[in-house]
Design a protein around this ligand. Structure first.
Ligand SMILES: Nc1nc2c(ncn2[C@@H]2O[C@H](COP(=O)(O)OP(=O)(O)OP(=O)(O)O)[C@@H](O)[C@H]2O)c(=O)[nH]1
Ligand SMILES: [Zn+2]
Length: 174
């Protein structure tokens, strides 16, 4: 506060360091979580077909400026026989990785790798669309620009038809 020319002792600012500390604790709480622990809930269901949870709201922080980037994640996977997980658990994996100092690319691939590994899925496809505040309120200042990243694993990588089915479901109407 002193460095930007503020008086840290004035009424409105005196609790601000503690508030910022609590906010960072919340924003980075994923560092103390094991995202894969969410995937222990598995149903012995024989559905070896695509499951897609789309439009999951995502808030993360870019590790360069500690400014938010936010948007939507879409997670598709094709379960192996008997390894169907709870739908909310896919969003929980995304949430645990988002609450860390991040890069959008790393966030995308960490979600995909964790689901692919822990569920031993036939395939996983993750798409994240996000706006980066470090590109909108500062620097190059391009509000409205979106970054889209994807990570494809397993059958989504080897089968172009399966991959395009997932992308058309993601891009399609709600
Ligand atoms: N690849 C990638 N880059 C990111 C992400 N979040 C922020 N960045 C970029 O990280 C870069 C950091 O660049 P630097 O040149 O070190 O920092 P800077 O001087 O503040 O850069 P400008 O934003 O261009 O003003 C910038 O280009 C950001 O846009 C992300 O999730 N993925
Ligand atoms: Zn940034």
């Amino acid at each position: 506060m002193e460095a930007v020319g503020e008086n840290p002792d004035r009424e409105g600012l005196k609790d601000t360091p503690a508030r910022v500390a609590r906010f960072y604790q919340e924003a980075f709480s994923g560092l103390h979580e094991d995202p894969s622990a969410n995937l222990t809930v598995q149903f012995a269901e024989n559905h070896e077909e695509m499951v897609l949870v789309k439009d999951i709201p995502i808030y993360s922080m870019c590790e360069h400026h500690l400014l938010p980037f936010f948007g939507r994640a879409h997670i598709a996977y094709i379960p192996r026989h008997g390894n169907v997980t709870g739908l909310s658990k896919l969003a929980r994996v995304a949430e645990a990785f988002a609450r860390r100092p991040q890069l959008q690319e790393r966030l995308t691939s960490q979600i995909a790798d964790t689901i692919a590994d822990i569920l031993d899925a036939h395939g996983v496809l993750v798409v994240i669309e996000a706006e980066h505040m470090c590109m909108t309120i500062r620097g190059i200042k391009k509000p409205g620009s979106y970054t889209v990243t994807s990570a494809v694993r397993g059958i989504f990588k080897t089968s172009a038809a399966t991959r395009s089915e997932a992308f058309s479901l993601i891009m399609g109407h709600h």
